[in-house]
Design a protein. Structure first.
Length: 181
């Protein structure tokens, strides 16, 4: 597959995307710990909370199985990619798998170890475990119409980019897991 569409503009686009991705990753890694504890206890009820830049709670969603997925449209390939998380015993969000419509997305953006074809019934064609463990107390992300970042919980989709757009220009969201009350 020829990966560089429009080579002259492609290199400039890649440089901008790489810089933006590095900034988002740096912000997201605040509170990151390289090792995660054991998975949530079966009786622990978790919810995912999304807050705007001003700390206003925009969303609370129950995580019955302690798992969620963030789906977005990759800006270079134009295809969908997913980051799949589980909540550990300490309430950290652990990146357990990445998946995409194109294996190149996994190679270039996640340094994923050996992408494999997904099982039948998976929404994405390729999947891989992240090469380095990642456990986050908070996850800062951009929620724009361009990337169409969407939260997926037990098959239900919540378009975070639309949620953020309703908040007077807010595009940055912070996600955190909390024990359900």
């Amino acid at each position: 597959m020829y990966r560089w569409r429009g080579r002259s503009g492609g290199l400039a686009t890649m440089a901008l995307i790489t810089a933006a991705s590095a900034l988002v990753a740096a912000v997201a890694l605040v509170g990151a710990r390289p090792e995660s504890g054991p998975a949530s206890e079966p009786g622990t009820a978790w919810q995912l909370v999304a807050r705007a830049e001003n700390d206003t709670v925009l969303l609370r969603v129950a995580l019955p199985d302690g798992r969620f997925t963030l789906r977005y449209r990759n800006s270079v390939y134009g295809s969908l990619a997913e980051e799949r998380f589980s909540i550990d015993a300490d309430g950290r969000m652990v990146l357990v798998e990445v998946a995409a419509d194109e294996a190149a997305v996994l190679d270039e953006y996640y340094a994923a170890s050996r992408p494999l074809l997904t099982d039948e019934g998976d929404a994405r064609r390729w999947r891989a475990a992240p090469e380095s463990p990642l456990a986050l107390e908070q996850l800062a992300l951009a929620a724009t119409q361009h990337g169409q970042r969407t939260l997926v919980v037990e098959g239900a989709t919540i378009p975070l980019w639309q949620l953020a757009a309703n908040q007077a220009g807010t595009t940055a969201l912070v996600l955190a897991a909390e024990q359900a009350r």
